[in-house]
Design a protein around this ligand. Structure first.
Ligand code: TRP
Ligand code: ZN
Length: 461
């Protein structure tokens, strides 16, 4: 009886397979957000971007930005339409695989409906012709980010956790990393800095086109463009292009320039701790802009507000931003809640560097904080409002040091190097890190991480 029933089912299944044609795709809209638990509206669903190729023209005098974004992507579901994030700029034409598509602006979303549905798994190319006068976006608690006019000939675009949509159409969430190419035309005499390897300049009719290529997949918030009057130093370090830039308003041999000049040396030190530097280019840009009182680990070329260098050379901030090239940039977040994986390691790198140059040791820096800290905030769930709070940075750094002490140096540095190698150019979660650390330690570390990341009282050491 039973056997016969199975046989019947098997027969039906087999005959079904043989006779039914492949199911017709049911095309549905991609989600308007990537579903990040902290920022559900950031990014979009239904596709995966492989590359952004921007061809832009900027007029500093009027803050007018125009051009095209060519986006190569793959549908991850059968798509009837999909969104890109674009804030404050308007699309005038959109094509998908060369055919005109309709587009509509809905707030900071550009809703694109291709002429035909996009089948899951199939690559497609979107070309967005767009323009306008870009400006920043506001986050109530995290402040302004994105495009800012700066100086008489310039502008600066950067920001975390989102900023890219203020200057190009983008799937603005770190889970969707993509390569990035920029060609930007500006009036002769204006400099343009961005991510990655510099390309050839082209000068014609009073304008110069600058080219930058980031060949390693990049989270969108790690893109940057800095336009204005800069002194650029170009060279190589260990065979990679090394490009640093200091605003013309600052002395060529002042503390900002001196700090950035140590980028290669600091990278070399971090390689001894974390493994090979993950990108094809290196460098940094200092900006002299009142509104930028922070630094950001923009990929392969961090941006530093000059406020870091007001009281002299500051290699700590350089070590911090360079450490992010491994932790945050190459090994990127899947969701913003896990931000301690970026900031905890970058803070810890500052401690390692401090010890390396004969200043306070990592242990001393740990002890100082461990003695007097408000343990009520947790790095494991810092809340969106406190994404960049002390719990994330300082308790995050303490967590890394406590892990090292728990595992021993050899196992710890092996773990760190394996982690950066295994997840190079990828995305990770805290859960994956706990699994990797436990395997490397040869014992479960769940309760260790529970105490350090989620406990609200001082963890025992
Ligand atoms: N991630 C940056 C760092 O630690 C700091 C930062 C937080 C930031 N929020 C930002 C930088 C917003 C620019 C914009 O180096
Ligand atoms: Zn940081």
């Amino acid at each position: 009886m039973r056997r016969r029933a199975y046989a019947l089912v098997l027969l039906l299944v087999l005959s079904g397979c043989a006779e039914k044609p492949a199911a017709k795709p049911v095309f549905a809209p991609g989600a308007a957000g990537a579903g990040d638990p902290y920022f559900p509206k950031y990014g979009n669903g239904g596709y995966d971007v492989a590359g952004y190729d921007l061809n832009l023209r900027y007029e500093p005098g009027t803050n007018r930005l125009d051009g095209t974004a060519t986006i190569t992507a793959t549908a991850t579901q059968d798509l009837s339409r999909f969104n890109l994030d674009l804030s404050g700029l308007a699309a005038s034409a959109v094509t998908v695989d060369g055919a005109a598509a309709t587009s509509a602006a809905e707030g900071a979303e550009l809703v694109i409906t291709p002429a035909a549905g996009l089948v899951r798994g199939r690559p497609f190319t979107v070309v967005v012709t767009y323009g306008g006068t870009p400006g920043p976006i506001e986050n109530e608690t995290l402040g302004t980010s994105g495009w800012l006019r700066s100086g008489k000939n310039g502008a600066i675009a950067l920001g975390q956790p989102e900023s890219a949509s203020t200057w190009f159409p983008v799937n603005d969430h770190p889970a969707d990393k993509a390569t990035f190419t920029l060609a930007m035309s500006v009036p002769d005499g204006v400099e343009v800095l961005s991510n990655g390897v510099p390309g050839e300049h082209e000068t014609a009719g009073g304008r110069t086109t600058w080219r930058w290529t980031e060949d390693s997949p990049m989270a969108s918030y790690l893109s940057t463009v800095v336009i204005g009057q800069y002194r650029i130093t170009s060279g190589t370090h260990k065979g990679r292009p090394m490009v640093t830039a200091i605003p013309e308003s600052l002395p060529a041999d002042g503390p900002a320039a001196k700090s950035l000049a140590r980028t290669g040396e600091i990278t070399d030190f971090l390689e001894t701790q974390f493994g090979p530097y993950p990108f094809q280019a290196n460098g940094g840009v200092v900006v002299d802009e009142d509104q930028i009182r922070y630094a950001l680990e923009t990929q392969s070329r961090p941006v530093y507000g000059n406020t870091f260098f007001l009281s002299g050379e500051n290699t700590g901030v350089v070590a911090h931003e360079l450490a992010h090239q491994w932790f945050g940039d190459s090994v990127a977040l899947t969701r913003w809640q896990d931000i301690w994986l970026n900031e905890g390691f970058a803070t810890y790198a500052e401690w390692l560097w401090s010890e390396h140059i004969g200043e306070d040791t990592a242990q001393e820096l740990f002890d100082l904080r461990y003695k007097a800290f408000d343990w009520s905030e947790t790095p494991g769930d810092p809340t969106p409002q406190r994404l960049f709070g002390d719990a994330v940075y300082q308790r995050g750094g303490m967590t890394v040091h406590a892990l090292r002490k728990t595992m021993g140096d050899e196992a710890f540095f092996t773990l760190v190097k394996d982690w950066t190698a295994t997840h190079r150019d990828g995305n990770v979660t805290t859960a994956q890190f706990i699994t990797a650390a436990s395997a490397a330690a040869g014992k479960p570390l769940d309760s260790f991480f529970e105490a350090w990341l989620n406990g609200t009282t001082r963890p025992a050491i």
